[in-house]
Ligand binder design. Structure first.
Ligand SMILES: [Zn+2]
Length: 361
C-alpha cells in the first residue's frame, strides 16, 4: 500500500495540466467547493486519454470533467487536468434531487480496447487480457483519489461513481464504474476502503484496534502545550482542549502512540513518563468487561445482608417509608439491598421523604 506522500508523488509525476479551454465547463468559469468526487469510466473501448481531451476541447462538447485518466495500455498511464481542480464539471448530469456537478469534482477513466457495449453492460470484455491495464489504472485511481481528498479535505465517504450519483438522486442513469471494476474484483467500496487506509496510516490512525490498558503518569513536554483530541487521530475539529507544558497526565489507555487522559487522547510523542506502569497485567480489561464485573458485584450486594449496628436505623427507615426496597422479595421480605451503593438520585429521594415526614416538603 502506498503512503499519502507516495500517492502525491505518483500523481504529480504522471500529471499533465492541459486545460480544455474551448470546453463550456471551462469557459463558464464556474467553480465549486468540492464535497466529494464522482469517478466515471468512459463507456467505450478507448484507452487513449488524448482522444477524450480532443473531444472535450470543443465549444460544442456537452460534457467536461476536471481530469481524464488514461493510457494504461502504454505503461503506468497519465492524468490530464482538463479543467481547473475546482472547476464545476459537466459530469454526472442531474437526478431527481439535483446534481453532484454542483458539489463534486469528477473525472473520466479510460477503458481498455476490445469490448463493446449493450446498454450499460460490457460485451466480450477479456478480463485476463485486461488485468495488467486494470492494475495500472487501479493504482492511479487510488493515488488520484487520495490526492484529491488531500487537496480539498472532503470525506472519503464523499467519493462516489456515476452509478451512485444516480442512485442518490444527483446524477443521470449511468452504470459506470460498476459495470467494469467488479469484473476485476474491485468496487467503489474497495476504492473508498483503500483510500481511507492510506489516509489513516499517515494521519496516525491505527491499523489495528488494539487498545492497551495502562496506568501511569506522564508530563507534557511540548513547548506550545499538547492538544487533547476526541479520537486518537489528528483531524481538524477534534481538539477538545490543550494541556499546558508541564501538566501531569494520568494515562489509562494506549493506542498506537496515543494515550488516553480521561478527557481524550494525546500524542505520546510529546509526553515524558514520570511513573512506571502499575497494574497492567490484564490486557483484556476493557470498559465492557469492567461494567460486567461491576454489575455482578452490585448484584451480590443487592440483598438483605446487613450488620447488627444498623438494625435500629434500618427498622426506623423502613417504618417511616424512607427506604422502600427494589420491589422484589427475598425470603418473603422486601429486598432493601442494604449493602448496595446509594446513588445521588436515591439520596435526594430519601431526603425528600424525610422532609415530607417533617412537614418541610
Ligand atoms: Zn459517467
Amino acid at each position: 500500500m502506498m503512503t499519502v506522500q507516495e500517492c502525491i508523488d505518483y500523481v504529480e509525476s504522471h500529471l499533465e495540466i492541459r486545460y480544455a479551454t474551448e470546453n463550456g465547463a471551462y469557459t463558464s468559469g464556474r467553480t465549486i467547493t468540492p464535497q466529494g468526487a464522482v469517478n466515471h469510466s468512459v463507456g467505450c473501448a478507448q484507452p487513449n486519454a488524448d482522444v477524450f481531451h480532443k473531444l472535450m476541447n470543443k465549444t460544442s462538447c456537452g460534457w467536461g470533467v476536471n481530469a481524464i485518466l488514461g493510457d494504461f495500455h502504454k505503461g503506468e498511464g497519465k492524468i490530464i487536468l482538463a479543467l481547473k481542480y475546482n472547476s464545476r464539471p459537466w459530469g454526472c448530469g442531474a437526478g431527481s434531487k439535483g446534481s453532484w456537478n454542483n458539489t463534486k469534482v469528477q473525472w473520466e477513466i479510460c477503458e481498455p480496447a476490445g469490448h463493446t457495449y449493450a446498454g450499460g453492460t460490457m460485451i466480450n470484455y477479456d478480463i485476463a487480457k485486461n488485468q495488467q491495464f486494470f492494475n495500472r489504472m487501479w493504482k492511479m485511481v487510488v493515488a488520484w483519489n487520495v490526492y484529491m481528498v488531500k487537496k480539498f479535505g472532503y470525506p472519503v465517504s464523499g467519493i462516489s461513481d456515476h452509478a451512485e450519483s444516480y442512485r442518490a438522486g444527483y446524477g443521470s442513469n449511468h452504470s459506470d464504474v460498476g459495470q467494469w471494476w467488479p469484473k476485476h474484483g474491485k468496487s467503489m467500496d474497495a476504492l473508498r476502503k483503500e483510500v481511507q487506509a492510506i489516509l489513516s496510516n499517515s494521519d496516525g490512525v491505527i491499523s489495528s484496534d488494539v487498545v492497551k490498558i495502562v496506568n501511569y503518569q506522564a508530563k507534557v513536554i511540548a513547548d506550545d502545550g499538547l492538544n487533547c483530541r476526541i479520537e486518537p487521530v489528528v483531524k481538524p475539529g477534534n481538539i477538545i482542549m490543550t494541556y499546558p507544558t508541564g501538566t501531569v497526565l494520568n494515562i489509562s489507555k494506549e493506542q498506537s502512540g496515543w494515550g488516553f487522559t480521561g478527557a481524550g487522547w494525546v500524542s505520546l510523542t510529546y509526553v515524558e513518563k514520570i511513573t512506571e506502569n502499575i497494574g497492567t497485567e490484564d490486557d483484556d480489561m476493557d470498559l465492557a468487561k469492567f461494567k460486567e464485573f461491576y454489575s455482578q458485584m452490585r448484584k451480590e450486594l443487592q440483598d438483605n445482608d446487613s450488620s447488627a449496628y444498623s438494625k435500629e436505623a434500618r427498622e426506623w427507615a423502613i417504618n417511616n417509608g424512607l427506604i422502600a426496597g427494589n420491589g422484589t422479595q427475598i425470603n418473603g421480605e422486601p429486598n432493601y439491598m442494604w449493602a448496595d451503593i446509594l446513588t445521588r438520585e436515591q439520596f435526594v429521594t430519601v431526603l425528600y421523604r424525610f422532609a415530607q415526614m417533617m412537614g418541610k416538603a
